[in-house]
Design a protein around this ligand. Sequence first.
Ligand code: 8Y4
Length: 275
Amino acid sequence: MFLHCGKFQFDLSRPLVMGIVNVTPDSFSDGGQHASTSAAIAHARQLIADGADMLDIGGESTRPGAVAVSEQQELDRVLPVIEGLRDISIPISIDTYKPAVMRAAIRAGAVMVNDVNALQAEGALQAVAQSDVAVCLMHKQGTPQTMQQRPAYQNVMDEVTAFLRERIAAAVAAGIARERLVIDPGFGFGKTVEHNLDLLRGLESFRVLGLPVLAGLSRKSMLGAVTGREVDERLAASVAAALIAVQRGATIVRVHDVRETVDALKILEAINSKQ
Ligand code: 8Y4
């Protein structure tokens, strides 16, 4: 399987590690815009050194309960970071659901849109269709503000699959070639621990949709629920979850801890590429 990402073309016979770069001032307190820009650029360069295959740059927290930021605020956060990374050799994904941010980020060099809203915003399908970038269509139930209040499904696998099927059809109808699409069950987005475990257990079933699967499990609360660990102590659980996801068919894993995840995937690769 291949993924067409602007000027990049990924061979997905080997799993890819997407490193998370957050550009949110709360991580860097009172240093102002410049401080968070340089910190994010430095972090991005470290993730590349650690072996990331791509970077996901986001300027709005989508954690449960997080507050929305304005379009201008988001642009002010992410554009200087994308521009500051012009010299890197790996692709940049922009984590946004806002069409204006998608367009500006693509103009600045992003080659993938990671949309937790699966291009449902007004103008989002068109923003991506009028470019040649890849897009990740993610499932969520509800909005980041309310999604963890009372997640409910008849059958989480079936409902997530049906939603992704519909968004794939919408993207293709808008003129986005299948070669540019990635799908994602959206771990933690309007799901209980049991729903998340069902999705990870059943991840192989998404194969029926015929598209590469991205899994984002890194440090998420389901790992805290299972291990009893706080968010900063979920490294081992995150690496384990990424490895399980890849063994069950994920071809991209979105992670904070790139170095450790790359090492784990090397062991899997070593046993799978038998002599
Ligand atoms: C600690 C740190 C605990 C981070 C929770 C979190 C996904 C995603 C996010 C995902 C795709 C997050 C932007 C949530 N998760 N994009 N984005 N897939 N495609 N929470 O699973 O990392 S943000």
